[in-house]
Design a protein around this ligand. Sequence first.
Ligand code: GRG
Length: 307
Amino acid sequence: MQPIPASPPPLLVDTAATVNHELERIMARYQPSVPDRLWQAMRYSLLAGGKRVRPALLLACFDLCGGGDRAKAMPAALAIDAMHTYSLIHDDLPCMDDDDLRRGHPTCHRKFDEATAVLAGDALQALSFSLLLEVDASDSVKAQLCRKLAQAAGCQGMVGGQMLDMEAERWSVEGLLQVERIHLHKTGALLRFSCDAGALLAGADATQQHHCIRFGEAIGLLFQIVDDLLDATASSSALGKSAGKDAAQQKATYVSLLGVEGARERAEEMASIALEACDALAATVADHNRDATPLRQLTEYILHRGS
Ligand code: GRG
């Protein structure tokens, strides 16, 4: 697989190394009590080389809001990527997007089989709640995190968004607002949760929480617009997944509605909103050792990914 050109910022490189290490450790802990084929499939997908954008967002918001020792928040960072990986496994299934390639490797159902992939996804979803309960926080914070993750991942969030997306294929989406509604749920909800959870774990005040959520919402849409642009303009080998699927399926996307240039402008606009939220958040921080550079660099990376 060829690497996507825009080089990842230090936050992403460091987070990916730590998250990969921690996920290896968690999977080793579970190995004795999990049927081997299921364990292999879970591990295969979890450690297939994800960028770890969601854990990085969670940890950067945690840092900027003054959370302190990252070990406190790490189980939540792992939880979010377990949830995200489950969604990718299920999204790739023949009954959904029917994809052969993910993260540059055969999809879970191609490597194993369909039933094993369904179960690996189910198990990762449950694992994410179990990990969330391992954070070093009060019972009240743990309960809030579980409620928020259930909302972000379930029928009011990602799964609801996937349903809207499937229906849109049948009934044809006409407007940008409809596309935006789908993606605020399908892609945006977990990204928003990542920022919200980082703030909550850090004990952020209401203003900081608000800015983190606003940042997460803008990143959610930015992420999807860039994903649509990459689907239309990059090769499968550069992406590590099948490219050109949106056009082949005649899906309404930012690119089909706005054209490549229009979608790029919309992405720039979302990045500006995200950067503005970063600045507003940074302005609440009295400690000069903490600034929004990691969040700003991550925003730029997401905007320029693949260019
Ligand atoms: C089937 C329950 C269920 C949900 C599916 C998130 C989702 C809903 C489907 C994924 C489809 C998709 C490609 C959405 C576009 C944005 C996105 C989530 C891209 C993949 O995320 P990255 O780039 O992936 O962070 P890595 O591999 O780096 O973790």
